[in-house]
Write a new protein. Structure first.
Length: 290
């Protein structure tokens, strides 16, 4: 009975029985709902079949999800190695003096962020949600964690790096802390706006996302990364030509990860669809169960 009702629910059959604005299904209507009256032994065979096939499908889905997780782990290793170790695995190394970075190539330098970027925070303008309601348009409106709306005007028309100034994501890192904004867009007062003094946006954005900002963050209820503290962050810096080479390599390598991830996610969607169809066919007698 559970699998049968579940099948009707996933196919929206029960929803269609509802009435009113919220599609209410009264108990009076529900108790008159007809279900197949089949022998208990047949019911048990169907249940056993569905449980077995569902478990097999769930196991296959879990395996795909593990593959996605491992792919993300490998992606982070690729990024960390590129932005902290460089492209030459045989390069002499030295201690960076920063725990999360470890050793860096001997010819690299550790430099405070304030000397590597120009801050453009003075150009950002916040717009309230009510105001944005009257300004809906095509230009991205950025906040601390990315695009939060689209408006009908822009204040930037260049490639820049945005990094969160406040919010729980500074500690959780559930989404990238730093990201590249390009084209025409608007930025509110919850994101720092950085213009690199040296080319290599992919290098800089990935390095800044990777950073451990724990000791630079203030505030308990609302974590905050002030401009002053952000400027004090120490970063490993290769020669200018090497920055660009690493950036180009990362851009090429990282472009492949979404394609593979999308492939796994598509397989997961098909497995879930297969499970739903299988249950439906089993409980409605459309397939023979031995």
């Amino acid at each position: 009975l559970y699998y049968y009702l579940h099948s009707l629910d996933t196919s929206k059959a029960i929803y269609k029985m509802g009435t009113g604005l919220r599609q209410n299904l009264s108990f009076g209507d529900f108790k008159r709902f007809q279900v197949p009256n089949i022998p208990l032994k047949v019911q048990q065979r169907i249940v056993d079949f569905v449980k077995t096939k569902s478990a097999q499908t769930d196991q296959a889905i879990a395996l795909k999800q593990q593959q996605i997780a491992k792919l993300e782990e490998y992606k982070q290793i690729v990024i960390q190695n590129a932005v902290t170790k460089g492209l030459n695995p045989d390069a002499p190394m030295k201690d960076s003096g920063v725990d999360w970075i470890g050793d860096i190539p001997e010819h690299w330098e550790m430099v405070s962020l304030r000397y590597l970027f120009k801050f453009l925070n003075y150009r950002r303008i916040p717009i309230s949600a009510d105001e944005r309601g009257d300004m809906q348009g095509i230009y991205p409106y950025y906040g601390a964690s990315g695009i939060i709306d689209y408006v009908n005007d822009y204040i930037f028309d260049e490639k820049l790096i945005l990094i969160a100034e406040d919010g729980a994501n500074l500690l959780s890192k559930s989404t990238p802390l730093a990201f590249v904004a390009d084209g025409k867009y608007w930025v509110n007062n919850h994101a720092h706006i950085l213009k690199p003094k040296y080319r290599g946006f992919v290098f800089w954005s990935n390095l800044l996302s990777l950073c451990d900002y724990t000791i630079y963050i203030t505030g308990a209820a609302q974590p905050k990364l002030s401009r002053g503290n952000l400027g004090s962050v120490m970063l490993p810096v290769p020669p200018e030509g090497e920055i660009l080479a690493i950036s180009n390599l990362l851009e090429d390598q990282l472009s492949k990860f979404p394609i593979i991830t999308q492939k796994y996610e598509s397989q997961i969607d098909r497995l879930k669809e297969y499970k739903t169809i299988l249950i439906n066919q089993a409980v409605t007698g459309k397939i023979k169960i031995s």
